[in-house]
Design a protein around this ligand. Structure first.
Ligand code: SAH
Ligand code: SF4
Ligand code: F3S
Length: 524
């Protein structure tokens, strides 16, 4: 509850990158709203423009630079506007970016987001940085906060973990969600895949205390949330050792994870909460929760205990996002993924034997250094065998600071990457079409997310979306997801958004099911 309710400024915020960033933006927005800031959808009318950025591929960064360029022009006539670059790019680029782009007023890495209100305040009121912060630096009075790049010891981390307070301070207002919410369980990553910036931008793997996670889930459900997605770069490695837990200022602290994943030996004499334990606890203790999901799973150390827990708990979704990255063992080794194609497929088999109706999504990188035609063919074959419901395919993008950037030449020509990318997408499209076709004629349970893109576009164009179909009320096209994360489009009333309904599937496309509400209002 805030005492300061006067409007202190209009903020426009745009988010790039993964779900972790979406959650971070929500938390920052919650903090700013509590301080009286108002959020606007048109950046031209804003006093503060914030970009929460992603560094995972070069293209993700280019998008932000083009926005920053646009803001530079805008600031010629509105020099009072504060421009902040938050998130992974701020962490990766560091203070040098302030020198190159004078229009940026503040930079804030993902490990320091609790300080965004303070940074904005400084920029607005005094335009000088706060020298008391441990990593604040002055660049013409502009502030840059980073902090995740150094990998701190667990004790130091425990004493310093202000970021936990950011998650703990989230808003539970029903206006801030539409029935669905993200809850972080693990921050950072310890895997060091050779192509990936995340361990550098997000820092060491840190596991949040299970009590905090369960409480957050309970409070979200009390505020009307019916679907929760647990977030972590490697969620299945969640591991909290209660014997080693530390309390600072009355707050139980998050813990630094093991370097090789969390499936290691349990510490004798202390109680450990594993990922399977956490899932079971949330399922049991948060009864009003209708759907519990999690992303992203790492294909190593995915134990039977997790699969059995999902099988035994009907409200845990039958969906795994298990990025494989390549179908070639040689590539997987160069990527430092720590598993072979055989081990990956063994896990798929195990998952499907415990959960016959599970849907699996994946990610692939094509054109990683030295990838030969035979490696690519091995990936094509893997795609044909795996039956993924969908698969994101990325062209390898060399990222400064990663092992692959430092030690390997980006030797696959862009044209070859593009061709391999298209071939993989074409194969996956056929596989996805088959997976989706299998649902035609069935009734599926759908969490209704929003009106469809098509309907939203029609609305924005002023064409009107509501069509009268003989019901008591006008209906529009809605979009939602099944328990296995398949996208479903159907006509219905907007009031269904945020609830779970049954839909009879009438036809399918490679990535979509089309249907009609199974239980329609009386009189239809
Ligand atoms: N933690 C997850 C993935 C996080 S990044 C995992 O380990 O699976 C999301 C996806 O971006 C990755 O799965 C990978 O396919 C892709 N990616 C990451 N770095 C990349 C790079 N340098 N070039 C191209 N794709 C990349
Ligand atoms: Fe990146 Fe690998 Fe960590 Fe995923 S597991 S975030 S790909 S380093
Ligand atoms: Fe991008 Fe950072 Fe997420 S690099 S993918 S926003 S963790």
């Amino acid at each position: 509850m805030t005492t300061n309710t006067k409007r202190v400024g209009r903020v426009y915020m745009e988010t790039f990158g993964c779900q972790m960033n979406v959650l971070d933006s929500q938390l920052v927005q919650g903090q700013l709203r509590a301080l009286g800031y108002e959020f606007v959808t048109d950046w031209r009318s804003a006093d503060v423009v914030l970009y929460n950025t992603c560094s995972v591929r070069e293209r993700a960064e280019q998008k932000v630079y083009s926005r920053v360029g646009e803001l530079g022009i805008h600031k010629r006539t509105r020099p009072d506007v504060v421009l902040g670059v938050l998130g992974c790019m701020a962490e990766r680029e560091g203070v040098g970016v302030l020198k190159r782009y004078p229009q940026i007023d503040l930079l804030c890495g993902p490990g320091e987001l609790d300080k965004v209100p303070m940074l904005i305040d400084n920029a607005v009121k005094t335009r000088i940085s706060n020298g008391s912060s441990k990593k604040a630096r002055d660049t013409d009075g502009r502030a840059a906060l980073q902090g995740n790049t150094h990998r701190r010891s667990s004790t130091l981390q425990a004493a310093e973990d202000q970021l936990e307070l950011l998650d703990l301070s989230r808003s539970f207002s029903p206006e801030d969600h539409s029935g669905s919410a993200y809850v972080r369980i693990t921050r950072g990553c310890n895997k060091f895949c050779t192509y990936c910036v995340v361990p550098r931008t997000r820092g060491a793997e840190i596991h949040r205390p299970p009590d905090h996670i369960v409480d957050e889930c309970k409070r979200l459900v009390e505020s009307g949330v019916v679907e929760i997605t647990l977030l972590g770069q490697t969620v299945n490695h969640y591991h909290y050792d209660h014997g080693a837990s530390v309390v600072v200022g009355g707050v139980r602290q998050p813990q630094v994870g093991a370097t090789v994943g969390a499936a290691g030996p349990r510490v004798t004499g202390s109680r450990v909460t594993t990922f399977a334990d956490l899932l079971a606890r949330i399922h049991e203790e948060v009864q009003g929760l209708l759907r519990l999901r999690f992303v992203t799973s790492f294909p190593r150390d995915f134990g039977d205990d997790i699969l059995k827990t999902i099988a035994d708990h009907p409200r845990i979704c039958r969906y795994l996002h298990l990025p494989v990255q390549s179908g070639s063992d040689r590539m997987l080794q160069l990527m430092n993924r720590g598993y072979t194609v055989g081990q990956y497929e063994e896990l798929l088999g195990r998952a499907r034997s415990y959960l016959p109706d599970v849907q699996i999504a994946s990610d692939l990188i094509c054109g990683f250094p030295t990838e030969a035609e035979e490696d690519h063919q091995a990936t094509c074959d893997l795609l044909r065998r795996c039956g993924f419901k969908n698969c994101f395919v990325f062209k390898y993008s060399p990222r400064p600071g990663t092992a692959a950037f430092d030690r390997m030449t980006d030797d696959v020509p862009d044209e070859t990457k593009r061709r391999r990318n298209n071939e993989l997408l074409a194969i996956q499209s056929g596989v996805s079409a088959q997976v989706h076709q299998g649902y035609v004629g069935q009734t599926v349970r759908v969490f209704v997310e929003s009106i469809s893109h098509k309907a939203a576009k029609a609305r924005d164009a002023g064409n009107g979306v509501s069509v009268y179909l003989g019901w008591e009320r006008p209906v529009t096209q809605l979009t939602g997801r099944t328990d296995g994360d398949l996208i479903v489009l159907f006509d219905g009333d907007e009031s269904l958004i945020g609830s779970i309904v049954d839909v009879s599937v009438e036809r399918s496309a490679p990535l979509t099911l089309f249907g009609r509400l199974a239980q329609q209002p009386a009189g239809v």
